[in-house]
Design a protein around this ligand. Structure first.
Ligand SMILES: [Zn+2]
Ligand SMILES: [Zn+2]
Length: 134
């Protein structure tokens, strides 16, 4: 799994139910399409992460907190798969990927008026516990 073409071949053989495409960035589209991104140092782990999303059957997610949860699940799955395929798993890398979501979530959830952390309702809208109540 050291380059896109061999990863595509390897993963297609292991997971015949999923469709593996080669594209501009790693992504997963419900229910069974996985796009393999360009070559980079953690290539196989990023590929397994997307397989993780597919195996968990992740669909759309209402809130960004759920998003963080499914990212965590996909990385847990990637860890299992790495063990199964005798690939080295890099916990620091997985955590740093999750950190980008945490940072993003944090920035996104801050109220621009008062700086308090807002909460998100299932319709996807953010509400400030201070500004939205006065
Ligand atoms: Zn993901
Ligand atoms: Zn506010």
């Amino acid at each position: 799994m050291n380059d896109p073409a061999s990863a595509q071949k390897f993963l297609s053989a292991k997971f015949p139910d999923f469709r593996f495409k080669i594209g501009a960035r790693f992504s997963y589209k419900y229910p069974n399409t996985i796009t393999l991104g360009p070559l980079e140092p953690h290539y196989s782990l990023l590929a397994l992460h997307e397989v993780g999303h597919a195996l968990c059957g992740h669909q759309n997610f209402g809130t960004h907190v759920e998003r963080l949860k499914i990212e965590r699940e996909a990385w847990d799955k990637a860890r299992e798969l790495a063990a199964e395929f005798n690939l080295k798993f890099d916990d620091d890398f997985a955590e740093s990927q999750l950190d980008t979501y945490r940072d993003w979530l944090h920035t996104k959830s801050k109220c621009k008026k008062c700086g308090l952390t807002r909460y998100q309702t299932s319709d996807g809208h953010y509400h400030c516990p201070h500004c939205d109540l006065v």
